[in-house]
Design a protein around this ligand. Structure first.
Ligand SMILES: O=C(COP(=O)(O)O)NO
Length: 250
């Protein structure tokens, strides 16, 4: 089946009111492939600003994280209900920077994912291996461990609200993009795992994004791969070349 191409921009902890407005203005004025689903994820402080400035139907705004409790004494956290209250219907979860720097475990990420989906927020669920895990030949087993934790929490139609982002940690922010072969191999393994452990339909329908040093030059070759359904872009999402990445499937 044809999976709708999907490009996410993860701004991480970057930007000011002015720079966010400028990026959104660039997206509003750009010719974007209408067959691509685009999501931009500014810092939480700028979610409403980005939403108010956006004038493109196929571009949505996403949080970079959310907590898995309804509300209450969780200083510094943001709730699913608060995202919905702000008309934000997407969040990234399980980014490797949160797994490594903030100790988010596979189980915490899976719990947050289920909680977000139950609250009406769709999820870009991130997975990926470290350089040490890759060099040790453990890439696929690491990804399968992360997938298993997710599949223990979500089921059925939940999967329709999940976009998977494979982001090898060694490629994030390093300029060392995975080769087309490396990326396709892991994407194919993810789809195979979904087919074997969830269902044929989920395997066929779930978008699997690649993230890790994607830019306006390397995106086209990656986009040609049958199991690469789009990108989750970090640094380049803050630059005009993000438009080229959005249009890389044309
Ligand atoms: O972390 C990333 C990728 O970052 P870069 O594109 O800067 O490697 N996406 O969530």
């Amino acid at each position: 089946m044809a999976r709708k191409f999907f490009v996410g921009g993860n701004f991480k902890m970057n930007g000011t009111k002015e720079s966010i407005k400028s990026i959104v203005k660039g997206l509003n004025e750009a010719q974007l492939d209408s067959n691509v689903e685009v999501v931009i994820a500014p810092p939480a402080l700028f979610l409403q600003l980005a939403s108010s400035e956006l004038k493109k139907d196929n571009v949505a705004v996403s949080a970079q994280n959310v907590y898995d409790k309804p509300n209450g004494a969780y200083t510094g956290e943001i709730s699913v209900a608060q995202l919905k209250d702000s008309d934000i219907h997407w969040t990234i979860l399980g980014h490797s920077e949160r797994r490594t720097l903030l100790g988010e475990t596979d189980e915490v990420v899976a719990s947050k994912t289920k909680f977000a989906i139950d609250g009406g927020v769709s999820v870009i669920w991130c997975c990926g291996e470290s350089l040490e895990e890759r060099e040790g030949g453990n890439t696929i087993s690491v990804i399968e461990r992360q997938l298993a934790a997710l599949a223990a929490k979500v089921s059925g139609d939940d999967w329709k609200k999940i976009v998977i982002a494979y982001e090898p940690i060694w490629a994030i922010g390093t300029g060392k993009v995975a080769t087309v072969q490396q990326a396709q191999e892991v994407h194919e393994a993810i789809r195979k795992w979904l087919r074997a452990n969830v269902s044929e339909a989920v395997a066929d329908e779930t978008r699997i994004l690649y993230g890790g040093s994607v830019n306006g030059k390397n995106c086209k070759d990656l986009a040609k791969e049958k199991d690469i359904d789009g990108f989750l872009v970090g640094g380049a999402s803050l630059k005009p070349e993000f438009i080229d990445i959005v249009n890389s499937n044309l």
